[in-house]
Ligand binder design. Sequence first.
Ligand code: PBG
Length: 331
Amino acid sequence: MRGSYPNTRLRRPRATAWSRALHRETILTPADLIWPLFVTEGKGVEEPIASLPGVSRWSVDGIVARAKEAVELGIPVVALFPNTQPDRRSDDGAEAHNPDNLMCRAIRAIKDACGDDIGVLTDVALDPYTSHGQDGLLDDNGYVTNDDTVAALVDQALNQAEAGADIIAPSDMMDGRIRAIRMALEMGEHHNVQIMSYAAKYASAFYGPFRDAVGSGGLLKGDKKTYQMDPGNSDEALREVELDIAEGADSVMVKPGLAYLDIIYRVRAEFLVPVFAYQVSGEYAMIEAAQSVGAGDRDALLMEKLLAFRRAGCSGILTYHAPVAARLLNG
Ligand code: PBG
């Protein structure tokens, strides 16, 4: 009679809080969170981002303060994205290779202040540096070239590693870039610099507020569909992940998050590699919008969603809610 009522009552273990705690299969801790931060020029500057209520761009000193806050909260990694000055953006995104660019100054400042108390993850893609807002180099027809772009990304990644980046995270979706970056890191003696590949990154409508935050939104003409994945595809995501592992990725990412839980689940089932989700800007904004119109309780909404990523198989989650979530988890 196994499994039949009334021998089995699944409500029995749900009856009290202590019992629910005892039986909980999945947990979330601050150590599962990665906090994305936007860097801007200046000193003592905080610029709120209208489409991301509660998120600001910070000048390098403010970024260091956020990194220290992350250490206090038990968040192990911050992810950096620069809002490059307009006059430093160009067709070829050359500012990405400047050893003294905003990104490198932020990396060095965090590492000087916090050392190995925190990991610094850096995005590799040209969009914060190009005058056209695409992630790579354009040919005469406006097509984003693959192999020339990969060469530029290798230089960008090395520039970040020299500045002290701990995890290189290529978000560009060019073919072959993981192998090229891994070889360059090995040749440059950066043996312990990790690569977290944005392996399955979709051409998504959820990136809008991010593009405002890095200042590329107004510049971008058209879309990114010739390199980011089609939202209808799932088998192809497994091929992307398989290639990136073979090319030398230490971990892989699925992006956006909530609409792609099935992809996370399939990747985990297929490969023994740590998987991360990026709960992207549009997802953050939707939770904040729900709260502001009284459609839900922000804290409860965000914790339920973050737990869902863990349940689907994620090792961790990149989320703008990281400090809020860590505070809630720390009581
Ligand atoms: C750019 C990049 C994007 C995000 C992270 N890196 C946007 C894009 O591909 O246009 C999106 C993150 C977010 O929406 O929070 N290479």
